[in-house]
Design a binder for this molecule. Structure first.
Ligand SMILES: Nc1ncnc2c1ncn2[C@@H]1O[C@H](COP(=O)(O)OP(=O)(O)OP(=O)(O)O)[C@@H](O)[C@H]1O
Length: 581
């Protein structure tokens, strides 16, 4: 539809110019009858009506096309982002810049390419019509007009390349600028920004980035203005030459007045058409180059190798093992894990303890296969998890991460996301919430489990503003409930599940977790050694190496790192008790 309307629209000016010439020549012809004037004049009026209606139809169709293509492009882009198995690409600045460009291109580029192609078709039709008219009036003039447009075409193509270069240069700056925008405008950051008074500091950084972006665009605009002046002068000189010739030709009786009208509109239209084609070819070229980034993201190879025919991850019967695992986040980083060996036996509970930065959360990430070990392997019942389907593997895991998500969604959905098959199963969700000690609190919210856990969004823009913000510990319980929803998980991973809880709640949660863990396999990461003393095996990690493992009594008897840390924590409580006495 867009293309058909564009072609018809493009033919109208040619038709109008010929009809104008016919009317003018009929008026200048002494013996011409009234019908010779009125028929083309009425046709001309019809063309005028069509010319005033068609742009609106074209606009309507183009907008609809833009919306549909935008939706499709965005959907494909995020389907491709979701298909990434690991986390590596989300930590790679170049990949994030490419994603940002792809987001922009996915929205803007397809409609713009369609618009350019349609514009090219329109210009081609207009140009063909007027070129024929010019050739009939003066073939040399027609040739001169065409040749005079070549410099403009070449300039525009050169500028298109420069524009793509500029887009690539400013993209990282724009990404950082949006980050500052997020910092300055979000509730999560508002407290610190006000307490430390760093708003203006961040605003200054944002301003610096925007100024650098503006300067880059400004340089390109100046270069474009300079480069475009020469070709414009050549085109103007050619047009002026044509006009001088036409005036002489009328005086010499070679051309009629109608011919001159046709010639003037013809030269302007051919020059405008050729310049338009030059710009559109260049713009299309530019958008296609940028669209390359969109295609690069949507057709990117998997970030972690997945076999063509992955093995199914069966129920855990023997256990999970890390065998001589070496890992670093990139070749530029230090080793985070150095030859780690540890086993989580099926049905048992293993606790990971150790200093900050010892590598505990990294082990959790490797177990979920967010990264692959650089050396060694992670085995699920003896099978390397690289041979398993990642979705299958993750379907058998559940738990809570140290940096668990707080979704701006209703309470029920916040928990339901733990097992999206049961996202609407209220009874199941309430059961998980109860096990995390949160059912009563959530049920008592203004809309119960339908209450938005957000002061930033309302549910589907419904306009209600009774959303609530939970306390840190309450959020942690919601996260825990999410992890407990997947009842049939073979391995429950709890990375600092109780760090934000009050002592009583912590005790209660650990009791609940022990209950839930019965007969299940669990990995518990915690700095609270009192909370892990009941684990079957406690693994002490230091500097990426396992330095001790055994149960609480064994480790205390051994008098090593664990015993030292445990006594230090216990002393803290004993001193307080002594003071109280
Ligand atoms: N995404 C990452 N990219 C680069 N380095 C990372 C990344 N994540 C963690 N590290 C580094 O790996 C090391 C181990 O981090 P990890 O989060 O596994 O420690 P942890 O034992 O869980 O610490 P904590 O007790 O503080 O939670 C740290 O030195 C950290 O800086």
């Amino acid at each position: 539809g867009v293309l058909v309307v564009a072609v018809v629209e493009a033919a109208l000016p040619v038709l109008a110019a010929w009809l104008t010439k016919t009317v003018l020549d009929a008026l200048a012809e002494p013996g011409a009858g009234t019908s010779a004037v009125y028929v083309p004049a009425v046709a001309l009026a019809g063309v005028g009506v069509a010319a005033s209606v068609l742009p609106h139809v074209a606009q309507l169709l183009r907008a609809e096309l833009g919306r549909r293509v935008g939706l499709l492009a965005q959907d494909r882009l995020y389907a491709s982002v979701n298909s990434l198995t690991g986390l590596g690409r989300f930590e790679d600045p170049a990949a994030l810049d490419r994603l940002r460009l792809a987001q922009q291109c996915g929205q803007d580029t397809p409609p713009q390419i369609v618009a350019s192609v349609v514009g090219l078709a329109r210009s081609a039709v207009t140009l063909a019509g007027f070129s024929v008219s010019l050739v009939l009036l003066n073939p040399w003039l027609a040739l001169a007009v065409v040749i005079s447009a070549v410099p403009a075409l070449l300039t525009e193509i050169r500028l298109a390349r420069a524009r793509v270069g500029t887009a690539l240069t400013v993209s990282p700056l724009e990404r950082r600028e949006s980050f500052y925008g997020f910092l300055l405008g979000s509730v999560q950051t508002a407290k610190e920004i006000r307490l430390f008074g760093i708003g203006d500091h961040l605003r200054g950084k944002m301003r610096r980035d925007r100024s650098a972006i503006n300067a880059t665009h400004g340089r390109l605009d100046r270069r474009a203005a300079l480069a475009q002046t020469g070709p414009a002068l050549v085109a103007a000189a050619t047009g002026a030459g044509g006009l001088v010739w036409a005036v002489g030709a009328v005086a010499g009786g070679e051309l009629t007045l109608g011919d001159v009208a046709l010639l003037l509109s013809g030269v302007a239209a051919v020059q405008g058409g050729l310049a338009g084609i030059a710009v559109m070819v260049a713009v299309t070229h530019q958008h296609l180059m940028l669209f390359g980034h969109y295609l690069e993201v949507t057709t990117q190879p998997p970030d972690l190798p997945v076999p063509h025919d992955p093995l199914p991850a069966g129920p855990l019967t023997r256990g999970v093992e890390l065998r001589d695992v070496w890992f670093r986040y990139s070749p530029q980083h230090d080793w985070v894990l150095r030859g780690v060996n540890l086993t989580i036996p099926a049905g048992g509970t293993v606790a990971l303890v150790g200093d900050n930065g010892a590598g505990k959360s990294t082990i959790v990430k490797l177990l979920c296969r967010f990264y692959d070990p650089v050396r060694g392997s992670v085995l699920w019942d003896g099978t390397d998890i690289r041979a398993l389907s990642p979705e299958d593997l993750r379907g058998r895991l559940s738990g809570i991460f140290q940096d668990f998500m707080r979704y701006d969604l209703p309470a029920g959905e916040n928990i339901g996301l733990g097992d999206v098959r049961h996202v609407a199963d209220t009874a199941r969700i309430r059961d998980a919430a109860a096990r995390a000690g949160m059912d009563e609190t959530l049920a008592a919210l203004p809309r119960g489990y339908d209450t938005m856990l957000s002061r930033t969004f309302t549910e589907d823009g419904a306009g209600d503003d009774d959303g609530v913000e939970l306390s840190g510990g309450q959020w942690q319980r919601v996260g825990l409930a999410r992890g407990l929803l997947r009842r049939d998980a073979d391995l429950l991973i709890l990375d600092e599940p109780s760090s934000g809880l009050d002592p009583e709640a912590e005790h209660e949660v650990h009791r609940l977790l022990l209950e839930h863990r019965e007969g299940r396999t669990g990995l518990l990461v915690s700095h609270r050694l009192n909370a892990v003393r009941g684990a079957d095996v406690i693994v002490v990690l230091r500097g990426g190496e396992v330095v001790e493992q055994g149960n609480h009594d064994e480790l205390m008897r051994a008098g090593g790192r664990y015993a030292t840390l445990f006594r230090r924590q216990a002393e803290g409580y004993t001193d307080v008790a002594a003071v109280a006495r």
